[in-house]
Write a new protein. Structure first.
Length: 238
């Protein structure tokens, strides 16, 4: 049974958004069942703004929380650094630890952590949640329709079919077997999900654990969600 939950939040120049991210995480973790240990690590990566201090101020005196400033080459390495830190804080066996990943420009919903935990306790090694845009990314009805088409094409018989680093849960023992996120500059979430499947771990899609994420068109990951939204907004025939 999962008895510990650790959350990793990579953040690069997100001073304007990380406070809301942190407050949402605090609320979600408070809804975990009694007896479940919890820890959060915000990794301030190569920030040129006040991301780290804003995150610390938002957390206040919440126990089991750490904000670290690190410089890593890739977002995959940043997530791995955060995972190692929350596991050190929790000190729980890998098979009893659930690692959750979100992003500093996202706000988890109140039942987010509890929904992930419920799936992990059902025997799933990895859980992919959904991401809802905080606002329309375009004034074009055609562009918005194209985004809906992207989501529809991702759907499978197993569920919504989308994988986001902003909403991902992985049991720590499975995470270790496949080598974590690894040094990937982009697509680290999809790559980890693929390797978990290839290794035979049980994966599921969870629609009841959404996050609300920024609809900006210029993000931190080179080929992340922002790049997709930008391509849909700018390309009239996408």
């Amino acid at each position: 049974m999962i008895t510990a939950v650790g959350v990793v939040v990579p953040a690069r120049d997100e001073a304007s958004l990380v406070g809301a991210c942190v407050r949402a995480l605090d609320l979600a973790l408070l809804r975990l069942p009694a007896g479940v240990a919890r820890a959060i690590c915000v990794v301030a990566d190569r920030c040129g703004d006040a991301t780290a201090s804003v995150a610390r101020a938002a957390f206040g005196d919440v126990p089991g929380v750490v904000v670290v400033s690190r410089s890593a080459r890739t977002v995959g390495e940043v997530r791995d650094l955060g995972a190692a830190r929350v596991r050190a804080l929790l000190g729980a066996p890998a098979a009893r630890t659930l690692l959750l990943s979100t992003d500093a420009d996202s706000r988890v919903t109140p039942g987010w952590a509890r929904a992930h935990l419920a799936r992990a306790r059902q025997g799933y090694h990895a859980i992919a949640g959904t991401a809802e845009l905080s606002a329309p990314f375009s004034t074009s009805a055609r562009a918005l329709s194209r985004y809906d088409d992207v989501l529809d094409r991702a759907r499978t018989t197993e569920g919504h079919g989308s994988v986001y680093g902003a909403n991902l849960g992985v049991r720590a023992d499975a995470f270790d077997v496949v080598g974590g996120f690894g040094p990937r500059a982009t697509g680290e979430d999809h790559d980890l999900w693929r390797r978990l499947g290839q290794a035979g771990f049980r994966r599921c899609y969870e629609s009841g654990a959404p996050v609300v994420t920024s609809a900006r068109l210029h993000g931190r990951a080179p080929d992340g969600l922002a790049a997709l939204l930008r391509s849909l907004a700018e390309d009239p025939v996408a």
